[in-house]
Design a binder for this molecule. Structure first.
Ligand code: GAP
Length: 443
């Protein structure tokens, strides 16, 4: 088997093309010509995105004693965004080109060799001064569109955790250190969305706020940096495509005393997958001041009272899914035949198993149904009975299905099937009665 590595634009184009061709990601409302940088997740994308979120949930909530889940509203009281600083400071510097009206982020414009800043579209130097542009989407709640009914689509899920700190802490009787985790949609009116689903205006985040005694915050920051880097490795991103990068002082957000990003080597260079920030007591203090409700921890046993500090690992689900796809994409050759294969972790692949009856003949139907009934409750399966078996293997390789089960004419009598593994292409004969344990051990 030989493996030809694509890189750069060729790799990016191949992944974007595969996403469209195989039903992972479609341009949104394509029949109307789409809408800039907005995407719909097709059948395979919806399955994979769900798997990415499940993998995060498993590591951050299910496998831990000290993190609790939350599902907060997207539309909330606008005072939340006043307290969090988003109304005043969640801005990007915007410049307009007076020649072609192109809008750009001033901090993304590079001077040319003569040190002159030009419009990236038409090259004109006639640009407006930079002015702050707030990234929050504004809307109105109820039938009257006036100042009193203004609301915002949340630009991050994090604030839902801060405003529910006291609710969660008291109802669940928790003492720091403990965390609150949530995943869901966030919205930002990005000036320059792009690079496929890397930067979009609507995206999904996976965030956790970990509340700790102030003196322990540095130790917990280090701990979460290690944990989060390990998660990407656990789900199959090679070490050389990942790095942890500490922010320079001038890069830090208004709430952060220290942030490290998990970065991935995207085809165009290093890009952020997740930020792990030490948010200090900024958020709980701000919400206490604005709401008038004390947000602190009081230890009845010791009489100790303090505002916990917060360590926040904040990841993007849609962006991370794209990184998993890019890392998994390979073109190789088996016995002289080229194939495209997504070497996805079995838990991330849209389908874990494909069941392929060798023929459409009725003789194989009941055994195929029996196999599917057996494994479907545990694994996402696809039944495919069209075209030659070789072509069906290639189709499953291309979407990353780790195991293909072939039901043939012998299966009816010997009660066994052939299981083919995606990466090695090795095939094994397995009794139907042993299939569930065979697959459970490997997926
Ligand atoms: N609560 C902190 C926070 O929201 P962030 O670095 O702005 O921090 C966290 O966002 C993660 O959300 C990013 O690392 C990225 O993966 C994802 N993200 C942010 N903006 C995005 C966008 N416009 N499109 C896709 N993903 C985005």
């Amino acid at each position: 088997m030989t493996d030809e590595g694509l890189s750069g634009t060729a790799l990016f184009d191949a992944v974007v093309n595969l996403c469209k061709r195989r039903g992972f990601v479609f341009p949104s409302a394509e029949i109307y010509g789409g809408i800039r940088s907005t995407y719909d997740y097709g059948p395979l994308g919806a399955l994979m995105l769900r798997n990415v979120k499940d993998a995060w949930w498993r590591a951050m909530v299910q496998e831990r004693d000290d993190v609790l889940p939350l599902d907060a509203a997207i539309l909330t009281n606008p005072k939340v965004w006043e307290a969090s600083g988003h109304l005043a400071t969640f801005t990007d510097p915007l410049v307009d080109c007076r020649s072609c009206n192109e809008r750009s982020r001033a901090d993304h414009l590079e001077p040319d060799s003569a040190g002159v800043i030009r419009c990236p579209k038409c090259g004109s130097t006639d640009l407006t001064d930079a002015r702050p542009f707030n990234l929050m989407f504004k809307t109105w709640v109820g039938p009257v569109e006036d100042e009193g009914s203004v609301a915002y689509l949340r630009p991050e899920t994090a604030q839902g955790m801060f405003v529910n700190f006291a609710n969660v802490q008291t109802t669940m009787r928790r003492k720091p250190p403990f965390g609150i985790a949530q995943l869901g949609r966030s919205f930002r009116n990005e000036i320059t969305p792009g690079n496929f689903v890397f930067r979009t205006r609507e995206f999904e985040q996976m965030e956790m706020e970990f509340f700790v005694p102030p003196a322990d915050s540095s130790r917990w920051h280090e701990y979460w940096c290690e944990q989060r880097l390990a998660w990407y490795l656990r789900y199959g991103i090679p070490e050389e495509l990942l790095r942890l990068r500490a922010h320079e002082e001038e890069e830090l957000s208004h709430y952060s005393s220290g942030t490290s990003d998990v970065e991935f080597a995207f085809p165009w260079g290093w890009g952020e997958l997740e930020g792990i920030a030490n948010r200090t007591d900024f958020d709980l203090k701000a919400h206490s001041e604005h709401s008038g409700v004390r947000l602190e921890y009081f230890d009845q046993a010791t009489g100790e009272r303090y505002v916990p500090h917060v360590i926040e690992p904040a990841a993007g689900a849609t962006r991370t899914m794209m990184a998993f796809l890019i890392a998994a994409y390979h073109e190789d050759e088996i016995a002289g035949e080229k194939r495209t294969v997504l070497r996805l972790h079995p838990r991330l692949a849209p389908y874990q198993v494909a069941v392929l009856p060798l023929s459409k003949k009725d003789e194989l139907t009941s055994t195929t149904d029996e196999v599917l009934d057996l494994i479907r409750p545990r694994f996402m399966c696809e039944r495919d009975d069209t075209q030659s078996i070789g072509r069906r293997y290639r189709r499953q390789d291309e979407i990353g299905t780790p195991y293909c089960i072939t039901v043939d004419f012998d299966s009816v009598n010997d009660r066994a099937v052939t299981v083919r593994e995606r990466d090695s292409t090795i095939q094994e004969r397995i009794p139907i009665s042993g299939l569930v344990s065979y697959l459970t051990e490997r997926i």
